[in-house]
Write a protein of this length. Structure first.
Length: 134
């Protein structure tokens, strides 16, 4: 793929290339989510919730890399790696959903205006000559 964006990404590429794509997706989603949160009515609350999720991601990523570096030093290493990878993939999907929700919340004014415009057009169709009556 492309060049590593950070020293952490470089480590993942070297030690655990099988999780590089979800890692990159998560980093990208994380940046976008932080930008979208700034535009909301309650940024500090949303940032706190997102921060908690990112801490869980960090814990899983760190554990994955530790086990990957020395699997013989951990019980059930293969099973734990498998579970961690699945958790990372699911977290990537969860962040995609969070982004969708943030994007949708930004479209509330759009939806209201669209409904009003459609209602107005429907009313004009029902009474086509109404504009001629004074």
């Amino acid at each position: 793929d492309s060049q590593p964006a950070s020293s952490e990404e470089e480590i993942i590429l070297r030690m655990a290339p099988e999780i590089i794509q979800p890692y990159r997706n998560i980093q990208n989603d994380h940046s976008q989510i932080l930008e979208k949160i700034k535009e909301t009515d309650n940024p500090s609350e949303l940032e706190a919730l997102h921060s908690i999720s990112m801490k869980r991601f960090r814990d899983i990523l760190d554990g994955y890399l530790k086990i990957k570096a020395s699997p013989k030093d951990y019980y059930n290493a293969e099973e734990r790696l498998k579970q961690a990878k699945e958790a990372l993939l699911q977290f990537d999907l969860d962040l995609d959903e969070t982004l969708r929700k943030l994007n949708e919340s930004q479209l509330q004014d759009f939806e209201i205006s669209l409904r009003m415009m459609n209602a107005r057009q429907s009313n004009q169709k029902d009474a086509p000559n109404s504009s001629d009556i004074y």
